[in-house]
Write a protein that binds this ligand. Sequence first.
Ligand SMILES: Nc1ncnc2c1ncn2[C@@H]1O[C@H](COP(=O)(O)OP(=O)(O)O)[C@@H](O)[C@H]1O
Ligand SMILES: Nc1ccn([C@@H]2O[C@H](COP(=O)(O)OP(=O)(O)O)[C@@H](O)[C@H]2O)c(=O)n1
Length: 679
Amino acid sequence: MFDTAFLDLPALSAAGGEVHLPGSKSISNRVLLLAALSSGSTTVHDLLASDDTRVMLDALREIGCSVDAAGGSSVRITGLGGRPPRSPAKLFLGNAGTAMRPLTAALALLGGEFELSGVARMHERPIRDLVDALRQIGCRIDYLGTDGYPPLRIVQTPGVPALTAPIRVRGDVSSQFLTALLMALPLAAGTQDIVIEVLGELISKPYIAITLALLARFGIVVGQQNWQRFTIAAGSRYQSPGSIHVEADASSASYFVALGAIASSACEPKGITLRGVGLDSIQGDIRFVDAARAMGAVVTGGPNWLHIQRAAPGQGWPLRAIDMDCNHIPDAAMTLAVMALYAQGSSTLRNIASWRVKETDRIAAMATGLRRLGASVEEGADFIRITPPPQARDWKAASIPTFDDHRVAMCFSLAAFNPAGLPVRIQDPGCVAKTFPDYFEALLALAQAPAERIPVICIDGPTASGKGTVAAALARQLGYHFLDSGAIYRVTALAAVRAGLAPDAGNEARIAALAQTLPVRFAGDRVLLGSDDVSQAIRTEEVGVNASRVSAMPAVRAALVALQHGFLRLPGLVADGRDMGTVIFPQAPLKIYLTASAARRAERRHKQLISKGFSASIGDLCAALQARDARDGSRSVAPLTPAQDALVLDNSDLTIDETVARVLAEWQARQPFAVSAQG
Ligand SMILES: Nc1ncnc2c1ncn2[C@@H]1O[C@H](COP(=O)(O)OP(=O)(O)O)[C@@H](O)[C@H]1O
Ligand SMILES: Nc1ccn([C@@H]2O[C@H](COP(=O)(O)OP(=O)(O)O)[C@@H](O)[C@H]2O)c(=O)n1
C-alpha cells in the first residue's frame, strides 16, 4: 500500500494484462454480520482485508462472536445464534457506514448497552432515518453528539420488541438504512410477518438487491413489491450456509473497465482482463459495464471475468460523451466522471444526490479535481456536467485532493493517461485502504510509461556521506523504488571471492561473466544472492574494499548496467551510488551529490559498524575511506565525480532528517504542480 503523503503518477501511455480484484467491501460486511447473527460457523472466503472490514470484525469480537483466521483471505465466524450479545460494549466503527448502520439496527433489536462511534467524518454522516425507524418499534437509541448523527448509545432491554404495524423508513437518502433493517428485522420475525414500508422513492435499488440475494443465502426469504414494501415471513431464521465466497467489488472493477477503455494496448496481451467479478454479478454496479460501453469501451465477459479493450479510432475512441441517470450505479458512476475527460463533448451524470452524503461530498470533490485538471465543470444538487479540456495543451498538471475518499483517489489515477503527457499527484493515496489497499500497485502493474517519463532521483557521493540512508528515506516518502547500486557491487565482490576469484585485474573477465548473470534479488530490506541471505555479509569493511576494487573494472561495470536499468519502474526510482547521475541515469531530473568531511564520515561509519557488532577504529576507517575516495575518484570508468547538473550537498552539519528535507524540497520545486496554490 502507498502510505505516503502523496503519490505522483507519471503520465501513463498504455496498459494491458490481468488483475484479480479484491472482495467487495459491502458484500464482505453484510456477510460478516449475517454470519454473526446465524447459529453455527460460517467460513467466509475472499473476504476483503480493509479498514472497513477490520472495524466490523473487531466489533463482532467485541459483542461475543468468535472470529478465527481460516487461511489466506478466509475467516471463520461463529455466530450468536440466539445468544444475547456481550454487553455493555463500546464499538469504534471508523468511517464504515456498512458497519455503523446494520450494527445499529441489529444491536437495537438484540438488546443490551452499546456505544457506537467512528471518526469525525462518520459523525457527520446522517443516521436519523434509521434511528427514527427503530424508535417506532420501541428501540431506545440516544444521540451522544449532534442530533441525527453518530455517535449513538443503545440501551435496550434484551428481547426483541413485538411489532404490530409495518415499519416505515425513508428510502430517498441512503439505501443503507433499509439494508440495515432488512438484515436485522428477521430477528423479530419469530411468530409474525414483518413488513417494511419505504417512504419516498427508493434510491440505489441495486444495493437492496444485493442485500436480498445475501439474505437468501442465509435462509431468509424476503418478498418485495415495487421496491416499496418488503415482507419477512414469520418463522424466518438465519441459517449459516457453512461457507460463502465474497464476490469481488464491481465498483472497484469500474476503474479497470475505464482503464481498458482509455488506455491503448502497446503490446500483447491486448486490453485488460478482470477476474473475481463477471457479467452475472449480483452487484448492481456491474451495470457500469453498460455505461462504459455507451461511452465506447469494448467489453466482453463471462461468469467470473471481464475483458475490456479500447475501441478503434472513430468507433468509440475518443470516448463518446453521455447524458445518463446514474441512480442505479452511484459509486461506479464517479468513474464515468473521469472517463468524461476523454470524451468528445460534455457528459452529464444525473440523479446522483446521494454522492453528497458519502465519505465526502463527492459531487464537490469530483468537481474540484476535474477543474484542477483543466475541465469545465457544472454542478448541481444532484448532477454534474463535465466538459473536458478542449485541447491537449489545456490540460493541467494537478495535485488532486482526495478528502479521505477511496473512490476519489482511485478515479483520478485515470487522469494519468492525459494526452498532454502530464503527471498527476494523488494526495493521501493511503485512503484507498478502505476498499482496495493495493489499488495503486494493481494499476501500476498493468500500466506502462516510456522509460524517459519515469522519474529518477540520483544520490551519488563518497562513502558514508549518508547516500543510502537518505535515498531509502526519500523512496519511502515518495512511494518510489530504491536502487542501492553499492549493494550490487558488494554482492559481486562477495560472489567473486566465494567463487575463488580475487578482486584483481587478472580476473576481470571472469568476474564480469559472473556479474552478467548475478542472481541478486532485493526483498524489502534483505539482499539475496541466489537463495542465500547476504544482507549482513556484504556490509563488512572487507567486502566494501573488494567492492571498490571490482567496481574499478570496466567490464564489470558494463555487465551490471542492464541490471541497474531494470530498477527503473513505475511510479519512480531513487538510485544511490557513485555514477547514478553520470552514467546509469544521465536523464534524471534531480541529481544530488551528497558529501561530508572525511572526519564526519569516518565517525558515522564507526558508529554504524559498532552498532552492527563489527569492531573498528575511527583512525583506520578514516584512512580507508580516504583511500576508497581516491580509488573511486581516479578510476578510468565512471569515476566518482558530481554530474555537471548535480546539486552538491555537504551534510557534515545536517541531520538525516534535515538532509532528506533538503532533497525533498529540491524535488518538489521541480514538480509542475502548483502545490502552494492548490494545497
Ligand atoms: N546527515 C547525517 N548525519 C548523521 N549521520 C548520518 C547522516 N547521514 C547518514 N548518517 C549515518 O551515517 C551512516 C552511513 O550512512 P549510509 O547511508 O550508509 O552512507 P553511504 O550510503 O553514503 O555509504 C549511517 O549509520 C547513517 O545513519
Ligand atoms: N554506483 C556505484 C555504487 C558503488 N560503487 C562502488 O561499490 C563500493 C560499495 O558501494 P557502497 O555504496 O555500498 O559503499 P559505501 O558508500 O557504503 O561505502 C563503493 O566503494 C564504490 O567503489 C560504484 O563504483 N558505483
